[in-house]
Write a new protein. Structure first.
Length: 328
C-alpha cells in the first residue's frame, strides 16, 4: 500500500518542517524513531518527493542571471563546490560510524545519514551544472576550486572524527564530534545559505532547504544518542567534555572565516548588481538582505552557532560544555 501524505511526519514534510535553527534547538528525535522504517516513507517519499535528483522542483528555477558570468555566479559556484566536497567527505567518514555503531538502531540511523550526506553532495554538484559549469570534468573542477578549503578546513575536522570513531573505537565520542563540532558549527552557515539565496536563486534556496530538513534530524538524533549514553553512564561525562575541549582547540586553528568571507564578498558584489531582485526581503527579522555586509552575515552565523550549541548541549546533559565552545 502506498504511503499517504498524512503519514509523513511534520518534521520531514516540506511544508511543515521547521527551519534549521528552530528545529535543531527544539525538536526531539531518537535513533529508535529514525530507523529505516521511518526514513523510507518520511524522507525518501516525503521530503524528497519531486526533488530527489536535483533537490528542487521545476517551480523552483535557476534564473538566467545565475548562469551569467559575474560575482554572484562565482559566489554560488564557490559555495556549492565547498559544500559538495564537505558532504562527500562526510559520507566517507560516516561509513565508520555505521561499522562502529553500538546497536542496530544507531546503525540504521547512521546508514540513513550516510545516504543523506551523499545526496546532499550530489544535489550541490548537480546545481553547479545547472549554473553552467561543464558536467565533463566536474569533479576535477570542484577539486581545483576547493583545494585550499579542503586542506585548511575539511581535512583537520574530519580527521578528528576519524581518529575518534575509527582509531580510538569511541563511537559515542565520535557522535559528539559529528554532532557538536562538525554539524553543530557548519549548520548555521547552511541556514544562512538558504536565506540569502531565497530571492536570487530559488533552486539553490530549495536545495538548501532540503538539506536543512535532513540536518535537523542529524543534530537531534545525534544529541539524543549522547544524552541517553550519559544517562546510562554518568562517568562518561569527563571523556565527552574532553572531546568537546579538543574539538574547540582544533576549531580555533582552522581558518574557516577567510574562506567563507571570500565567497561572501563575491556575493556582496553580486548583491549590488541584482539588489532590485531582492527588494525589501529580510534575511533575518528587521534586517534587509541588501543592507547587510559580509562580516555581518558571518558574525550572525556565529551567533546562531552559539545559540544552537547552548540548546543542544543542555539537552544532552552537557551544559558546562557551552562555555568551552565559546572560548576564544
Amino acid at each position: 500500500m502506498a504511503e499517504s501524505a498524512s503519514s509523513i511526519p511534520p518534521e520531514t514534510d516540506w511544508d511543515t518542517a521547521p527551519g534549521l535553527l528552530d528545529g535543531a534547538m527544539t525538536l526531539e528525535l531518537s535513533a529508535e524513531q529514525c530507523n529505516l522504517g521511518y526514513w523510507l516513507p518520511a524522507v525518501a517519499q516525503g521530503t524528497l518527493r519531486d526533488r530527489a535528483r536535483t533537490g528542487h522542483t521545476d517551480a523552483e528555477p535557476t534564473p538566467a542571471h545565475m548562469r551569467a558570468d559575474g560575482p554572484l555566479r562565482d559566489a554560488q559556484i564557490l559555495e556549492l563546490g565547498c559544500r559538495s566536497l564537505a558532504e562527500e567527505q562526510a559520507t566517507r567518514v560516516l561509513g565508520h560510524y555505521v561499522a562502529q555503531a553500538t546497536g542496530v538502531a544507531e546503525m540504521e540511523f547512521f546508514a540513513t545519514q550516510l545516504v543523506d550526506e551523499a545526496r546532499h553532495s550530489m544535489v550541490f554538484r548537480n546545481h553547479l551544472v545547472e549554473l553552467g559549469v561543464p558536467a565533463v570534468g566536474l569533479f576535477d573542477t570542484i577539486a581545483e576550486l576547493t583545494a585550499d578549503y579542503r586542506i585548511d578546513v575539511l581535512d583537520p575536522i574530519l580527521d578528528f572524527a576519524l581518529r575518534t570513531v575509527r582509531d580510538d573505537g569511541d563511537f559515542i565520542g565520535g557522535v559528539a564530534v559529528f554532532t557538536i563540532v562538525i554539524e553543530g558549527v557548519l549548520a548555521p552557515a547552511a541556514e544562512l545559505s538558504e536565506r540569502k539565496w531565497n530571492r536570487l536563486d530559488p533552486a539553490a534556496a530549495a536545495i538548501a532547504r532540503g538539506a536543512s530538513i535532513d540536518e535537523i534530524r542529524h543534530l537531534t538524533v545525534g544529541s539524543s544518542i549522547v544524552r541517553e549514553h550519559l544517562r546510562r553512564n554518568p562517568s562518561a561525562r569527563a571523556a565527552l567534555l574532553d572531546v568537546v575541549r579538543r574539538g574547540r582547540e582544533l576549531w580555533d586553528t582552522i581558518p574557516d572565516r577567510k574562506h567563507i568571507l571570500v565567497r561572501e564578498h563575491l556575493f556582496q558584489e553580486g548583491l549590488r548588481e541584482h539588489g532590485a531582485l531582492v527588494g525589501d526581503y529580510e534575511v533575518w527579522p528587521g534586517t534587509r538582505l541588501v543592507d547587510t555586509e559580509p562580516e555581518e552575515r558571518y558574525e550572525m552565523a556565529e551567533r546562531w552557532t552559539d545559540k544552537m550549541a547552548a540548546a543542544r548541549l543542555a539537552y544532552m546533559g552537557l551544559p558546562e560544555a557551552v562555555e568551552i565552545l565559546r572560548l576564544t
